[in-house]
Write a protein that binds this ligand. Sequence first.
Ligand SMILES: Nc1ncnc2c1ncn2[C@@H]1O[C@H](COP(=O)(O)OP(=O)(O)O)[C@@H](O)[C@H]1O
Ligand SMILES: [Mg+2]
Length: 261
Amino acid sequence: MANNYLIGKNLSYSYPDGSIGIKNVDVCFERGERIAILGANGSGKSTLLMVLGGLLSPDEGEVIFKGESDLDKKRSEIGVFVQDPDDFLFNPTVEKELRYETNQLDEKFDDRFNKYVEKLSLNNYLDKPPFRLSEGEKKRVMLASLLIPNPSLFLLDEAFSSLDPFYKEKFIKLLNEQNDLEKTIISATQNLSLVPRIADKVILLGKNGELIKSGEVREILYNTNLLKKNNLEAPQVVRIAKEVGVGKEKPVSVEELIELI
Ligand SMILES: Nc1ncnc2c1ncn2[C@@H]1O[C@H](COP(=O)(O)OP(=O)(O)O)[C@@H](O)[C@H]1O
Ligand SMILES: [Mg+2]
């Protein structure tokens, strides 16, 4: 049934020191959707992803993934890309990191291992300790370690930052290929110009961890006042489109903008 793939019902989470992470957040995602989570620094994007991925238990509310509210039972189907690679990479070598989830070993595991090591050019790093890698290299290891176990839900926290343009493109391509297979991809990002390439829908968190708006990418990216109120800035394409008088058409890519000019 539509609209019940991943549900977050009235989710609230505060940290032990009292800081509000998220407050009364209701979300509902369908299988195969691509969603971007936007919001100011500290608006609760990371907290929401961790709650949705079952890494934090909400103080109130519940998360239901494919009809199951005990997310531990769905662990192998959920891939979480945490914001800080050092919270995630702990094995002594990159190869051990990539082979860590051995409980899900299936006959295609090695094929996927080889495929993603190759696609993310990790061959020369397999014997290296992850903590010796650069930030962007760590992110490549993290993405490979998510793709190899073959989850059906991806929760990505700033996965595209610290990447050079070549790998940024590669990440987008690999994740959109997953989306073509009907996998659901939820990405928290500060990079609004990336949003049209990684998402179809957007949810916007306010400064106090509450959900203040959800909608189509174009609607939200052209709501410049709302973005501004939340410390965000519309992508350059949007600003140029408004400046040259084609804002009504709401282009969100350079190609769309050029066509209109
Ligand atoms: N481990 C923590 N302990 C205490 N407060 C935290 C912790 N992690 C995040 N917070 C607080 O929770 C709020 C939401 O943080 P976060 O979810 O990281 O926001 P975002 O990812 O949107 O920048 C912020 O006010 C932040 O300071
Ligand atoms: Mg964050």
